[in-house]
Design a protein around this ligand. Structure first.
Ligand code: PLP
Length: 460
């Protein structure tokens, strides 16, 4: 698009979903009823929902038209052939297994390759990836590059894997024990930061040399391609799709959660080059998901995925997508909000420990900020800090997480520029009052994954 300052959505709105514009007084009551845990809020009590970008995309009129054409035949549906063709075109992987979402593909592939004594290595395993690997008895090791560990210094590809460490780990553990190397693009847990083609190539060369499987966790491969075209030399004139195709060409397989860059609300796939591996995985697919031409999906889902995988690579879409996320981050940064820099593809991560420096970590500054964002403007965000990852020592004292972050994850094609302007205004208001903000204490918590169901009290 030409060089205008205003980021316009490259789409018109054909169908609208009303937002209930609650008042401050109402939100006070809603939040209290939810015990200060925004996961316990009903979505109709939220004005701007930045809880996740997963499965929250708006589909296009073309995708909805595709839904009506879904072929619901048990075997050999035309919708399956369309989805298969779209994925083959992108990945070049011969064997494609449809799954109901990303983790189902992970469970099949890593369950098959994993097991006691096996090792997987990644730039950063996403939490479901790690869980599936560890559930099989195998070990998951993260080796993000050094730049990726420093939240505030600029680097164009903070999602990269540390390839020197990769070589070292292979030498130390033995190539035969390494069941796979997984490159997560963009690196979700590392702040949605991109991986360069140079890095992917280097990982590919090392894997080939040692005959180790190289997989892509490709949920956000289109967003990653945008950053490569923008920041990596030699890719200026390639299309986003060509960049993604080149990255897939380096790999032996891929797992995708279609809930991200396939622009649908549910779905996923596993794609493989090796026939033997694919046959074994297909057997597992049939037991756990469904027959190999639908897996965990209905025909209409497969239609929508086939179309979404085309649309996500459109230049105007990707430009709007990344620019509007970056715009939000840049504006907040100018206002003095400390955040992870540079801004990644799908989310803005705020450093709550620094923003709420008057709140000690055992009073959960991230959760306090999540509460304030909701109270001030009905914005739902998620704490990624000591509520999510904190542990207790033997005396019951909190062992805090390394960072107290709050994530604003932006759903695809859902909110407009004026929604983003509103969010910025909510922050302006919040900043004026931030020094009076109080922390929270946990009054009830489950044993695992406590962020979902814990109850809190606000300190008076
Ligand atoms: C979302 C996600 C997954 C898991 O996919 P689901 O569809 O949620 O099961 C795996 N890896 C990454 C990087 C993700 O973002």
């Amino acid at each position: 698009m030409e060089d205008f300052k205003t980021i316009i959505e490259p789409f018109k709105i054909k169908m609208v979903e009303p937002i209930h514009l609650s008042t401050f007084e109402q939100r006070k009551q809603y939040l209290k009823n939810a015990n200060y845990n925004t996961f316990a809020l009903d979505s109709n009590k939220v004005i701007i929902d930045f809880l996740t970008d997963s499965g929250t995309s708006a589909m296009s009129s073309n995708q909805w038209a595709g839904i009506m054409q879904g072929d619901e035949s048990y075997a050999g549906a035309s919708s399956w052939h369309k989805m298969r063709a779209a994925i083959f075109d992108l990945t070049g992987h011969e064997f494609i297994l449809p799954t109901h979402q990303g983790r189902a593909g992970e469970s099949i592939l890593y369950g098959y390759l994993g097991g006691m004594g096996k090792i997987f290595i990644s730039n950063t395993h996403f939490d479901t990836t790690r869980a599936n690997i560890e559930f099989s008895g195998a070990e998951a090791i993260d080796i993000p590059c050094e730049e990726g560990k420093s939240p505030k210094t600029y680097h164009p590809f903070k999602g990269n894997m540390d390839v020197v460490k990769l070589e070292k780990l292979i030498a130390e553990k033995g190539a035969a024990n390494i069941a796979g190397v997984i490159l997560t693009v963009t690196n979700n847990s590392g702040g949605g930061q991109p991986v360069s083609m140079e890095n992917a190539k280097a990982v590919g060369v090392i894997c080939k040399k040692h005959k180790i499987n190289f997989f892509l966790d490709c949920c956000r491969v289109a967003e990653n391609a945008y950053f490569i075209k923008l920041r990596e030399k030699g890719y200026e004139n390639k299309t986003y799709k060509e960049i993604a195709q080149e990255m897939f060409s380096l790999t032996d397989g891929a797992v995708m959660s279609a809930k991200k860059d396939a622009l649908v609300n549910m779905g996923g796939f596993l794609s493989l080059r090796n026939e033997e591996m694919a046959t074994a995985c297909k057997n597992l697919l049939i037991i756990t998901e469904g027959f190999e031409t639908y897996g965990g999906l209905s025909g209409r889902d497969m239609e929508a995925i086939a179309i979404g995988l085309q649309e996500v690579f459109e230049a105007d879409y990707l430009h709007y997508r990344i620019r509007s996320t970056t715009f939000l981050g840049e504006r907040l940064r100018e206002m003095g909000v400390p955040l992870i820099w540079p801004i990644g593809g799908h989310a803005v991560y705020i450093d709550a420990k620094e923003l709420y420096s008057h709140i000690p970590v055992h009073e959960y500054p991230g959760q306090a900020l999540v509460c304030d964002l909701y109270l001030t403007g009905g914005i739902r965000a998620v704490e990624i800090g000591s509520v999510m990852f904190g542990k207790y020592d033997e005396h019951g004292k909190l062992i805090p997480a390394p960072m107290e972050l709050v994530r604003l994850a932006i759903p695809r094609r859902v909110y407009t520029q004026s929604h983003i302007e509103y969010v910025i205004e909510v922050f302006e208001k919040l900043l004026k009052n931030k020094d009076n903000s109080k922390g929270v204490i946990i009054t009830e918590e489950p044993k695992f994954l406590r962020h979902f169901t814990s109850k809190f009290k606000r300190i008076e």
